[in-house]
Ligand binder design. Sequence first.
Ligand code: DC
Length: 233
Amino acid sequence: MSTSKNQSRNQEKGTGALRKPIVIAIDGTSASGKSTNAKLVAKALNYAYVDTGAMYRTLAWHCLKNGVDVDDARAVAGALRRWKARLDCADGHVRLLVDGYYPAREIRTAETSAAVPHVAAIPKVREWMVQAQRACAQFGNLVMEGRDIGTNVFPETDFKFYLDASLAERTRRRQADGVEEDLARRDKRDSERKAAPLMVPLGAVVVNNSGQTPQQTSEFILAEVRRKLAAQG
Ligand code: DC
């Protein structure tokens, strides 16, 4: 995605002045439909999509690959200082590349999934990730999904959503993707950690989408966003 295209996306009509990119923050529990809905909303609005969980997963994978103990905060911080990571936006998706590579498959393995909450609980990791996630605004308007977007990454945004669904439904969704995971345990760990715990951001619209299709949930989010944008003029 070129810079000039991003700039024209964010230019105020007639004035040539640059507007601050709009950020739609979508937080929530595991398997609550964040990715599916964030992608649908980003596509409908032609905003760039950012999966911040993938960024934490990429670091967890990088640590496993290089024999870095994910429970050793100093070692993980050292790996962060040394890794050659950069942001890239292709086909409307923002990705974190390591040595120019996006480990799409590797970050979804059971091994990486088990390691990621450990690195995500390290304060130095969260500092690094928040900076990188804020830097995604260079790509224009964003739909960013994660656990702390509305609380820590872009707390000033007017567009905050918190998705949830019953544990039974979320477990079914993960099983349908062929993944067996103890979601209750992961949510507990994400909610109870000291650094940026998962919580409902102040001002967020809470969407319990049990029994809803992604179409219904994303239409609801889009209607809210359009209503707020219209009110802002
Ligand atoms: O959404 P996901 O399952 O890919 O997230 C992977 C892990 O990263 C999960 O344990 C929560 C953590 N995470 C986080 O702490 N903060 C974010 N903004 C995104 C993900």
